[in-house]
Design a protein around this ligand. Structure first.
Ligand code: PMP
Length: 352
């Protein structure tokens, strides 16, 4: 006998992504590039002078100001946390719970449902259309049926890579009582962003992360751009001093190297396009990606077996083949040119 967790957590599997040893790791959509050495040098020297006996700046003021300058928004619209997952958790703590009802468009990033469960928020999955886009024509009817007070839209969507049409967002945000959360974890790889729209809405939040193009997945830094009233509520539910001094400093310094970051994005977008061209020559179907990964479905091979055969060759991709609507699908993260070549070579051989 052991103590029972809160009801609703009983059948709960938690987050799962296979972490197996592999030389070519293309399974979790991280940046293939480490942070620039000059950034790490500057940061590690500055860390020596931090007063670590003192609590950090609770509201991460210089970092919020730098993020605000980067996005050309006001600092009081910025909320910072330990990765965008914690931002999503804070949103659900503040606007979910038994009073709220969350919804998202599946298949999508599984943590919207998972964190809804953890925060005791009822969650409803709305099905995407046949092409795995949000079905704009059915949108109003679906939302009315869901009665959602909180809607998560991942764009570009993980794991499909598809970016939604701008009209979808305006439609979603048309009810001022509904909080619309646009997760732009992969936003920098896409030509469009909803950040400029936040100022015009009282109910629109955009979530971003330092985990992907900023090469800082290991540091856990994410943020939201939100109406000031919403940002204020998010700060209320955050634990005191939740963002430590050293990570505030690293994120702050990394924002001094925007052009380097943009170069990396351009390089990965180029690699993604090259990879899509190569994949198009193989017996598989793929979805058009605006992110740093590509979802594909082999036409004749079993995806689960293919995943294992790639692992045998030291290549790790993400197996989505058991997910509803993603039957027989795998997702590959865009890596370095060398990693992508290794993946494409192995795939071509296995599908031959
Ligand atoms: N949103 C999406 C869509 C993601 O794919 C991820 C990472 N896989 C996250 C949020 C979480 O990112 P992090 O917590 O590292 O910022």
């Amino acid at each position: 006998m052991s103590p029972k967790p809160r009801s609703g957590l009983g059948v709960f599997a938690g987050y799962h992504s296979a972490q197996v040893a592999a030389t070519v790791r293309l399974n979790t959509n991280e940046s293939p590039f480490p942070p620039p050495p000059y950034l790490l040098r500057r940061w590690s020297e500055a860390v020596q002078d931090l007063s670590l006996n003192r609590y950090p700046d609770r509201q991460a003021t210089p970092l919020r100001e730098a993020i605000a300058r980067f996005h050309q928004v006001e600092p009081d619209t910025v909320f910072v946390a330990n990765g965008s997952n914690e931002v999503i958790q804070s949103i659900l703590l503040a606007y979910g719970g038994s009073d709220g009802k969350a919804a998202s468009f599946e298949p999508t990033y599984a943590m919207y449902e998972t964190i809804s469960r953890v925060t005791a928020t009822p969650y409803l999955a709305i099905e995407r259309g046949p092409d795995l886009r949000i079905d704009a024509e059915r949108l109003e009817a679906d939302l009315a049926a869901a009665g959602a007070s909180l809607v998560f839209v991942c764009s570009p969507n993980n794991p499909t890579g598809v970016a939604e049409e701008m009209e979808v967002f305006s439609s979603l945000a048309s009810d001022p009582e509904r909080l619309v959360v646009v997760d732009e974890a992969y936003g920098q790889f896409s030509p469009q962003s909803m950040v400029p729209e936040v100022a015009a809405h009282s109910n629109l939040v955009v979530v971003r992360t330092f985990s992907k193009v900023w090469s800082l997945a290991g540091m856990r830094i994410g943020y939201a751009i939100a109406p000031p009233e919403v940002a204020e509520v998010l700060w209320k539910v955050a634990l005191p001093y939740h963002v430590d001094s050293s990570k505030q400093l690293l994120a702050l310094y990394s924002l001094d190297y925007v052009s380097e970051m943009e170069e990396r994005v351009a390089q990965l977008v180029l690699e993604r396009e090259r990879m899509a061209e190569q994949l198009a020559l193989l017996p598989l179907d793929q979805w058009p990606s605006a992110a740093n990964f590509i979802l594909f479905r082999p036409r004749h091979a079993d995806a689960g077996r293919l995943w294992a055969q790639l692992v045998e060759r030291g290549i790790l991709v993400r197996d989505w083949s058991k997910w509803p609507r993603l039957e027989n699908c795998l997702r590959v993260t865009v890596g370095t040119e060398w990693e992508n070549r290794a993946f494409l070579g192995a795939l071509e051989e296995l599908l031959a």
